[in-house]
Design a protein around this ligand. Structure first.
Ligand code: SAM
Length: 465
């Protein structure tokens, strides 16, 4: 099964710049950059090396001015040969993927502007399956064009969103697209390094300089886009108009998807990964009952968006910006920096029981699986030992009443919109086995069919790639 599909994507929607949500904007440096300067007073603070990772608060932060007489460093990052892969390891490039040539036509699936370290670019271009075309949804019978449109939502706080134009079956690829822009999540790669000698290295200054310098880089990257993509980029929502972010950085901070698959170095960490801005995907709003999931494929350098539930024509498409295995209070806390107060159906009906179910459904699925398998195996051993059937026998002890907590758990999963998960699928399979064993064949068949339906939806998603 494709990673992330129908099981909560590994590509988590998260603020591009995770960090403090205080209003001071003085986000603490990451622990990797403290260099022992903690608690050693102002003098030591000044000597502290610039952090390798500048965290920006996602929520509202104070506008922080640039240091007095700040002079921007001179640097050029315009690349001459986009297909070159042997760049120095610390060179931050401004490139386009797939590479664009002066003479040749544009790639029919579009191009992404990409701010990237040389070796990371090489990793993608040298990927054994790169390049591949962007996957296309299978056209619906008798229907032309996309299965969705962008339009205003009835909720003014949400602004625009994506809405289905026709019924979409669970597992279907709804659309796939190359990002408009991919850039490092660590904007400290620029600004922090360039604070002039002798100037204060306090976090406010570092952050202000990093934001200023990053905006300039974004101006170059956005300026390299086609006119159509520039327009799409600049029309995206910007919730960072008053915190010192420039207009382009504000858009990046509001609309970023974190990409799990692209990172600098050997292992992905918080400080070396990349974020993407999408023309369509960045228009999808949040719900804790998501009907869409997505992933990123390196060979086609594209995001795929799949239906995670059956979607009816007219319904809005949603994915979850937060982890779904959390209580409502925890989800609220994770969403607060986006300024989102979630009113989705599962939030509106959250209870201590639904909170517990969300937090524990994976563990409980494992426990119930073990339990049903154990009952069946005890039954089989006793039957094998020739125990007579009837009351008191092993067969007599296998009865539907034993399933009550498991059937209630299953209802809970359905209520929370967790049907198309591998946990629900496992429960359906185990119930099928149990009912078959006790000879209640109609129910056994029902659960087998449910299992097959989920399996089929999964395969549909995987086969559309
Ligand atoms: C990536 S954008 C989503 C598309 C955006 N609505 C638009 O008009 O382009 C993220 C922003 O949309 C808004 N948003 C997304 N989901 C929301 C929700 N469930 N409730 C309220 N606002 C939401 C928030 O302002 C959030 O910062």
């Amino acid at each position: 099964m494709k990673r992330g599909f129908l099981n909560g994507s590994k590509v988590k929607k998260e603020p591009l710049y995770p960090g403090s949500e205080t209003s001071s904007g003085a986000a603490p440096p990451s622990s990797t950059n403290d260099s022992g300067a903690k608690g050693k007073g102002k003098e030591k603070e000044k000597e502290k090396p610039a952090p390798a990772f500048t965290k920006l608060a996602y929520g509202k932060v104070d506008k922080i001015g640039l240091p007095e007489n700040y002079e921007s460093p001179e640097y050029t990052r315009l690349e001459t040969d986009p297909s070159k892969t042997d760049h120095p390891s610390d060179l931050l490039l401004m490139t386009t993927i797939p590479p664009r040539t002066y003479e040749g036509p544009d790639d029919p699936d579009g191009h992404s502007e990409w701010i990237v370290l040389g070796p990371t670019k090489a990793k993608v271009l040298n990927h054994p399956q790169y390049p591949k075309p962007v996957p296309k949804p299978i056209p619906a019978e008798g229907a032309d064009g996309p299965a969705f449109e962008i339009r205003d939502t009835p909720d003014t706080a949400m602004s625009k969103g994506l809405f289905a134009l026709r019924d979409i079956k669970v597992g279907q690829l709804i659309f796939a697209e190359r990002p408009l822009l991919v850039s490092p999540r660590n904007i400290g790669l620029l600004g922090a390094t360039y604070i002039p000698e002798g100037r204060s290295h306090d976090m406010n200054t570092i952050q202000a300089v990093a934001m200023y310098e990053w905006e300039k880089q974004l101006e170059v990257a956005v300026g390299r886009m086609s006119k159509e993509n520039q327009k799409a980029f600049k029309e995206l929502e910007n919730n960072h108009k008053e915190d010192g972010s420039g207009p382009l950085l504000g858009i990046v901070r509001t609309n970023g998807f974190s990409i799990e698959e692209i990172y600098d170095g050997e292992e992905r960490t918080d400080v070396n990964s990349y974020g993407a801005i999408l023309k369509l995907g960045s228009r999808i709003n949040h719900s804790c009952l998501p009907n869409v999931t997505y992933n990123f494929l390196v060979p086609s350098f594209s995001f795929q968006f799949f239906a995670q539930l059956d979607i009816k024509a007219g319904e809005q498409l949603f994915f979850s910006y937060c982890e779904i295995e959390q209580s409502k209070a925890e989800r609220d806390a994770e969403l607060a920096p986006y300024g989102i107060i979630c009113n989705c159906p599962v939030c509106a009906h959250a209870t201590p029981e639904t909170d517990a179910l969300r937090k524990e459904f994976k563990k409980r699925t494992r426990q119930y699986t073990v339990k049903i398998r154990q009952w069946i195996s005890e039954y089989d051993s006793a039957a094998g030992a020739g125990a007579p059937e009837g009351a008191g026998s092993s067969k007599g002890r296998l009865n539907e009443d034993m399933l009550q907590p498991i059937l209630k758990f299953r209802e809970g999963l359905l209520g929370e919109g967790l049907k198309y998960t591998k946990e629900y699928k496992a429960i359906a399979w185990n119930l099928h086995l149990f009912y078959e064993k006790i000879g209640v064949y109609s129910k056994s068949k029902t659960f087998l069919e449910e299992h097959s339906e989920i399996e089929e939806a999964t395969m549909r998603g995987a086969s559309s790639l």
